[in-house]
Design a binder for this molecule. Structure first.
Ligand code: NAD
Length: 450
C-alpha cells in the first residue's frame, strides 16, 4: 500500500563506472516477490477444490474474490448478445484497427509449406505445423479493463486455427464482464468466457468442469496467484496442459543518449511505472551530463505528479534506477544481462543498435516508438517474458499456438543407406528389437534382390 505524499518522484542514480560489478547486480535486482511456497499454499487447495467439485467450487471463489454473488453460472457462451458489447464508436474503431494490425503481423508468421530435407538419398525428413486444438486465454481483471490482452492472446489463436478458444476473466461485482473484452472475444471467435479469475479460472480450464471446456494450453498474464496456478497445472501430468511462460511484474529498460528528448524518455519510463507498484523501470544513460540527467529527472517528476495513478508510480519508482554509462556497448551489455521485457532505444542510430540486442522481450526503436504502440496497436504482441526470462523465452507469437510435427519417409534404398548406422547404434544401446526392425527389412530386400 503506497501513501499519497509529497516529495520528489526520483529514480536512484548510479554511475556504473563508480560501483563494483556486484553492486551493479544488486542495483538491477528485480523487486522480490512473495515466497513461492506461500503462494502455492494458497493456490493448491483452490486447484483441488475446482478439480474435485467443478463449477460449484469455481462459483464459490468468484463469489468470494470478485464479490459477484449474483452469478449462478461460471460461463458466458457465444454468440455474445449485442447488448453486452455496446461501445462508443471510437472504441470499436480502436479495437478494430489494433485487431487488424495484430492479425497481419501474426498471419505473416505462418509457415505455409512443410520443411522438407533429403538427409541421404532416399531419406526424406519433414516438419509440418498443426494448431493446438483448445487454448485457454487468461485476461487479467482486478480493477483494470484489458481488451488489449484479450486481442493479444486471441488474435494469434484465431490466426493459428485453434479450433476452440476459451477466454477467462474475473467478472465485476455485478457479475458482468467489461463490454470491450466481450467485443474482443467475439472478434477472435472465442466460444465462451469463463467468468472467474485467479487459480480457480486456471484450474477450471486445465481440468475442465461441467460447464468449462478443458483446454490443452493456457496463455496469458496475471498476478502471482494466476502464475502459481499455471505452474502447478503444467506440472501435473494428469492435467495434460502446458503454459506460455512463467511471469513476473512488468518492466522496461530505456537506453538514452544525448540525442534523446528528456520528456519522451520520462514518458516511456512512466508508462511502465503506472502498471503496478511492483513494476520496475531502468534508465541507462549513455554519457549524459549532470544537466541532461537533471532534465530527464525533472520531466519525470513533473509528468508523474499529473498522473491519475501517481501513487502506483511512486511505488514503482522507489525501486527503479538510472545507471550512467560511458558507451553504447556498455549500455547494451547491461541491458542484455538484465534481459528486459521491454527495451526502448532512444539513441541516435537506434536501428543499428538492434544488432547488439541479445536478450529482450520486445524492442522499441527510436524516438517515435513509445512502448504504448506495442502495448496496443502496432501489431507486435504485448505478452512478453518478464523477470529476466527473456534470456530463454520468446513472447507470445504464432508459434505459441501450434505444434511442430516431424515425419520421415524412406525408400528401400534409403533404408539400405542408413540401416547399418541404426543397427550399430541399437547394438551399442543393447536394444535388440530396434536392431531387428531394420535387419528384418534388409534381409527381406536381400532375398528378393532389391
Ligand atoms: P488478476 O486477474 O491477475 O487476478 C485476480 C484474481 O486473483 C482474483 O480473481 C482472485 O482469484 C485472485 N486473488 C486475489 N487475491 C487473492 C488471495 N488473497 N488469495 C487467492 N487468490 C487471490 O488481476 P490483478 O490481481 O488485478 O492482477 C493483474 C496482473 O496482471 C498484475 O500482476 C499485472 O502486472 C498483470 N498485467 C499484465 C498485463 C499484460 O501483460 N497484458 C497487463 C496488465 C496487468
Amino acid at each position: 500500500e503506497v501513501k499519497k505524499e509529497d516529495g520528489p518522484i526520483l529514480m536512484k542514480r548510479y554511475d556504473a563506472s563508480q560501483i563494483s560489478e556486484k553492486e551493479l547486480l544488486d542495483v538491477l535486482q528485480r523487486p522480490s516477490q512473495k515466497s513461492n511456497d506461500m503462494i502455492m499454499g494458497i493456490v493448491n487447495p483452490i486447484i483441488t477444490a475446482v478439480r474435485t467439485r467443478g463449477d460449484a467450487a469455481v462459483l464459490e471463489y468468484t463469489h468470494k474474490f470478485e464479490k459477484a454473488t449474483s452469478l449462478t453460472s461460471p460461463i458466458l457462451r457465444a454468440p455474445f448478445p449485442q447488448s453486452m458489447m455496446n461501445l462508443p464508436q471510437e472504441t470499436i474503431d480502436a479495437i478494430d484497427i489494433s485487431f487488424e494490425n495484430i492479425r497481419k503481423f501474426h498471419a505473416a508468421q505462418k509457415e505455409d509449406k512443410p520443411l522438407e530435407v533429403e538427409t541421404m538419398p532416399g531419406i526424406i525428413c519433414s516438419r509440418f505445423v498443426r494448431p493446438i486444438e483448445r487454448v485457454g486465454l487468461y485476461v487479467p481483471g482486478g480493477t483494470a479493463v484489458l481488451p488489449s490482452t484479450a486481442l493479444m492472446l486471441g488474435v494469434p489463436a484465431m490466426v493459428a486455427g485453434c479450433k476452440r478458444i476459451v477466454m477467462a476473466t474475473p467478472p465485476r461485482a455485478d457479475g458482468s464482464i467489461t463490454p470491450e473484452v466481450i467485443y474482443a472475444a467475439h472478434k477472435v471467435g472465442a466460444e465462451c468466457i469463463v467468468l472467474a479469475g485467479g487459480a480457480q479460472a486456471v484450474a477450471a480450464m486445465a481440468y475442465g468442469t461441467e460447464s468449462v471446456p478443458k483446454v490443452d494450453k493456457i496463455l496469458g498474464p496475471g498476478n502471482q496467484f494466476v502464475t502459481a496456478a499455471k505452474m502447478h497445472v503444467s506440472n501435473d501430468t494428469n492435467a495434460g496442459v502446458s503454459i506460455d511462460m512463467p511471469a513476473g511484474p512488468s518492466e522496461v529498460l530505456v537506453v538514452a543518449d544525448k540525442s534523446a528528448n528528456p520528456a519522451f524518455v520520462a514518458s516511456d519510463l512512466l508508462s511502465q511505472a503506472e502498471h503496478g507498484v511492483d513494476s520496475q523501470v531502468i534508465l541507462i544513460a549513455i554519457d549524459l551530463s549532470e544537466t541532461e540527467l537533471k532534465a530527464i529527472e525533472d520531466a519525470l517528476h513533473e509528468q508523474a505528479i499529473a498522473l491519475p495513478r501517481v501513487d502506483i508510480v511512486r511505488g514503482a519508482i522507489a525501486h527503479s534506477v538510472t545507471l550512467v554509462v560511458k558507451s553504447l556497448e556498455e549500455a547494451m551489455r547491461l541491458s542484455n544481462d538484465y534481459a528486459p521485457e521491454h527495451l526502448i532505444l532512444q539513441i541516435k542510430d537506434a536501428a543499428a543498435a538492434v544488432d547488439l540486442v541479445e536478450n529482450a522481450g520486445s524492442v522499441f526503436v527510436g524516438e517515435w516508438t513509445p512502448e504504448s504502440v506495442g502495448d496496443y496497436s502496432a501489431g507486435v504482441n504485448h505478452s512478453l517474458p518478464t523477470y529476466g526470462y527473456a534470456k530463454q523465452y520468446s513472447g507470445v507469437n504464432l508459434g505459441s499456438y501450434v505444434k511442430h510435427i516431424t515425419s520421415s519417409n524412406l525408400t528401400a534404398q534409403g533404408l539400405r543407406n542408413v540401416g547399418g548406422a541404426v543397427m550399430q547404434l541399437a547394438k551399442v544401446e543393447e536394444l535388440e528389437a530396434h536392431r531387428r526392425a531394420v535387419g528384418i527389412r534388409l534381409k527381406w530386400m536381400d532375398e528378393r534382390g532389391l
